[in-house]
Write a protein of this length. Structure first.
Length: 203
């Protein structure tokens, strides 16, 4: 089950990765909070069911989260995947779905939130990247599953750096979901383990 808000490049990478009938994971539905999200067209082309829950129709976050949770529950997903979903999920949703993945364009815990590429360049870091993590009610602070790292080059601008990070996103997100589908992930003391070994962060 994927939640989306925008153009859906990460959704497309997942649709490509799990397109075969023999795949361990299946995208059972795509839900967007924006009716004009291009990601919905990608899902339709892939013959995946889509639903829109427009956040503008709700007076507060709690009501939106409650409706979103209700819609998602109809698909009975084992895993909820945020693929460019630009809404912060509160307790109403997160408490109902414990297996929620997000991908964030930085080497967490560095640079949570927005404008990560600009902030990385301004900070003068030598490496940047992307992180797949479990979602909690704390912003971009859930246990990290996998990360992909790229160098920050002397002549980088935001767009060039973002393009290299996006390549890593498309690589690591399907990997994290495959690990979940294979039953290889566990959490102990707020740290993700793969095959019993703790994940080592790159940030």
């Amino acid at each position: 089950m994927c939640l989306v808000s925008g153009r859906g490049s990460n959704l497309q990478s997942l649709l490509n990765a799990f397109a075969l009938p023999t795949s361990l994971a299946e995208i059972v539905g795509v839900v967007s909070n924006r009716p004009d999200a291009f990601a919905l067209q990608r899902a339709t082309i892939a013959q995946v069911d889509t639903v829109t829950v427009d956040h503008n129709r709700f007076p507060n976050r709690e009501d939106f989260d409650a409706e979103l949770a209700s819609v998602v529950s109809e698909f009975k997903p084992d895993l909820v995947v945020l693929a460019g979903f630009m809404r912060i999920l509160g307790h109403t949703f997160v408490d109902q779905y414990h297996n929620i993945f997000n991908i964030h364009p930085s080497l967490l815990p560095a640079f949570p939130g927005l404008d990560t590429h600009r902030r990385a360049i301004e900070a003068g870091v030598t490496h940047h990247g992307a992180s797949v993590h479990y979602v909690t009610t704390a912003l971009d602070a859930g246990p990290i599953i996998i990360q992909g790292r790229v160098p920050v080059l002397p002549d980088d601008n935001e767009s060039r750096l973002a393009a290299r990070v996006l390549d890593q996103e498309h690589r690591i997100y399907p990997t994290a979901i495959k690990w979940f589908a294979e039953g290889r992930l566990s959490i102990a003391n707020d740290q993700v383990h793969v095959d019993g070994c703790p994940v080592q962060t790159l940030g």
